[in-house]
Design a protein around this ligand. Sequence first.
Ligand SMILES: Cc1cc2nc3c(=O)[nH]c(=O)nc-3n(C[C@H](O)[C@H](O)[C@H](O)COP(=O)(O)O)c2cc1C
Ligand code: SF4
Length: 443
Amino acid sequence: MEPKTGKAGDWRNYERVLLPKVKDLHLLEVYEANGGYKALREILTNDKWDPTAVTNEVKKSGLKGRGGAGFPTGLKWSFMPPINPDIPRYLCCNGDESEPGTFKDRQLLEYNPHAVFEGMLIASYAMSLAGSYLYIRGEYADWITHMEGELKKAYAKGYIGKDIMGSGFSTELYIHKGAGAYICGEESSLMNSLEGKRAYPRVKPPFPAQKGIWGYPTTINNVETLAAVPEIINRGGEWFAGIGAPTHAGPVLYGISGHVNRPGVYEYPTGMLISDLIYEVAGGIRGGKKLKALVPGGSSTPVLRADMIDGVTMDADSLREAGSMMGTSGMLVMDEDTDMVSFLRRITHFYHHESCGQCTPCREGTGWLENIVTRIDEGEGNLRDLDLLIDLCSEMEGRTVCALADAAAWPVRYTIDRFRDEFEAKCKASLVPSGVELTEATA
Ligand SMILES: Cc1cc2nc3c(=O)[nH]c(=O)nc-3n(C[C@H](O)[C@H](O)[C@H](O)COP(=O)(O)O)c2cc1C
Ligand code: SF4
């Protein structure tokens, strides 16, 4: 049989670009010494780069958003309306990073913050923006303080502010400390939070490009998405498009957590075989145990059983075919001892706690999901509860202001679907009075 190689090519010799091996890269002087702000200088001083040319280069790269939905970045930028000098426009860089299993933006904020700033500035030029906001999860307090210091240095060097590098282009960049809830990462909620309001998601339309922060046209992109942009300008869109999976190109940060020997954030091309990531990159399953289940892209993406990952690669197409999604590429790995009912109980608790309460199906539904899964886990459930849970999911999916309700329903729907025997076993056991042995008749 042919060995499976995935679409990532020669990943063992892959050279990191988002988190390169450079000591003290978080400092402006080190970033500059390693080619930092070269891409910004290039687009601002070389006439070939008008704003449309920059957007086109990003389109050519095939870069897709790394915040979860995988929307094409260049296309998103081109949704901004035609320039009107009386109407300012903005960018929000989303660093709220609160989804369980997702911890990759943190590495960029800590180790390569100027790549994030530079990506934001290039995006600001491409979309002719008055300013941009970097919204960072509040718990990342140390990195926020550090980044504020580096931001001041970048302002002092003339990379941000009025007439950048004598080009005539001016834009501002602000860092904003997040308000401490998962929902603040939803793009419209993030804008409300930035405006000092309660972080309720907004009804769409109008979409942010029509009416965003302060009512003005706005684009929202993830930290990792924007950090990829300087190298797209430096090395070209074609270079980026040639990395990893052809339909979901580029380098990506895989956050691998759970029952592996070497959990962590690893930069590799998209299109890596899941098995290579687990067994080669993350050192295999802890204690020599067997793999039982994997959540490939943050807690909302559908769980896959071990027997479903053979030949599956980390890109949107392959994961869709396998029955899941790329999400944030935050992989939760579970070994053979994992109790899937208990896993789901933990996940439902999270979404119940984080629902903002604005829509009834989500406010009530997340609570009922948690209650019922808890009841099953504690041996008080019955088989009808499984159908009830699936009904509840159907009442929640696609019926709310934002996608948190879907994110809460999917883990329930797919964990029951793919591990039904475990749920049934707990339900059946609960029907049997204690002391009675489970037989065909009592089950
Ligand atoms: C409940 C919820 C939480 C979210 N949290 C984040 C987050 O922490 N970071 C993020 O980049 N995107 C998050 N998103 C997705 C954003 O709404 C948005 O799609 C993303 O920031 C766009 O960036 P991208 O196009 O670069 O991926 C969240 C979405 C939902 C529904
Ligand atoms: S779906 Fe949930 S989190 Fe989203 S707006 Fe409605 S209640 Fe809030």
